[in-house]
Design a protein around this ligand. Structure first.
Ligand code: PMP
Length: 282
């Protein structure tokens, strides 16, 4: 299969990185994961815009226009004959002698992208998944899609060790987001999810869901909610590019509702699949 390295499509196994790349040494870079359904990129524009925002927020200047980037990704998907899967794309501040401070202006950022086949998580989308709770120990710029993921990694590993799909993070009493997802709860017919500020990543899937809700008259309240509210929720679900609209049926060993995905979660799942079909004809 092929990969993009600094604007060129090359054989993936020919892609070599320098040991002083700042992404490798410092996690000094940002990334995106884009879903491909039916050979077409879902919410591509939104991902490109977030990618640009992330690069700006760390002072990396993208050496490509959005249109150039778009054509590169299109070419990558085509060359790799990807039907159902993901694109992973990242940019780092580039290669320079190790030093925390930014390197000289003339250092080119390193851009990498590759694809991977990945099915939809059909079984879990049907049955729902279990989660645990964990204190959010990350920094205060969670809105940047940073390569630095140690907090997220430790949270997810804890979930896996407890036989769970995801770890729901909270800062004190307030639920923030999952280790790699946004968290939603439903109470009395209202969908509640943390506002998109510096505490969480502004999920593309989250925003698609919010748009679908308002278009279908499902009331939404974008605000932080507490662990107590979560424990008393009628329904809980998570969202991400990879996991889509995933019902949560257990939080920290406690069953949500009657232990089955709830009606509003099901409705949003249906709306979301329609949106995929609309955009990708899948
Ligand atoms: N929050 C975090 C911390 C994530 O890693 C992800 C997955 N990228 C999300 C939320 C969901 O974002 P998206 O819907 O854009 O995939």
């Amino acid at each position: 299969t092929f990969a993009i390295l600094n604007g060129k499509l090359i054989e993936r196994n020919q892609a070599k990185m320098d040991i002083e790349d700042r992404g490798y040494q410092f996690g000094d870079g940002v990334y995106e994961v884009i879903r491909v359904y039916n050979g077409k990129m879902f919410t591509l524009q939104e991902h490109l815009e977030r990618f640009e925002r992330s690069t700006k927020s760390i002072g990396v200047s993208l050496p490509y226009t959005m249109d150039q980037l778009k054509s590169l990704l299109l070419e990558l998907v085509e060359k790799n004959n990807l039907r159902l899967g993901i694109i992973y794309m990242q940019i780092t501040r580039g290669v320079a002698p190790r030093n925390h401070a930014f390197p000289e202006e003339n250092v080119e950022p390193t851009l990498v992208a590759y694809t991977r086949e990945m099915p939809r998580p059909k079984d879990e989308l049907q049955t729902g998944v279990k989660t645990i709770l964990t204190e959010d120990i990350r920094w205060l710029r969670c809105d940047i899609k940073s390569l630095n993921l140690l907090g997220n990694i430790l949270a997810k590993q804890k979930a896996v060790e407890h036989g769970c799909f995801e770890a729901i993070q909270h800062r004190g009493q307030n639920v923030t987001e999952g280790s790699s997802s946004n968290i939603f709860m439903v109470k009395n017919g209202i969908v509640i999810t943390h506002e998109s500020n510096h505490m969480i990543l502004k999920g593309i899937t989250k925003d698609v869901i919010l748009g679908l809700c308002s278009a279908s008259g499902i009331p939404v309240n974008e605000r932080a909610f507490t662990l107590k509210e979560l424990a008393e929720a009628d329904e809980v679900f998570l969202s991400s590019t990879v996991a889509e609209v995933m019902p949560i049926i257990e939080v920290e060993g406690k069953v949500v509702g009657n232990g089955e995905p709830g009606p509003i979660t099901r409705k949003i799942q249906e709306l979301f699949v329609n949106e995929i079909e609309k955009q990708c004809g899948a």
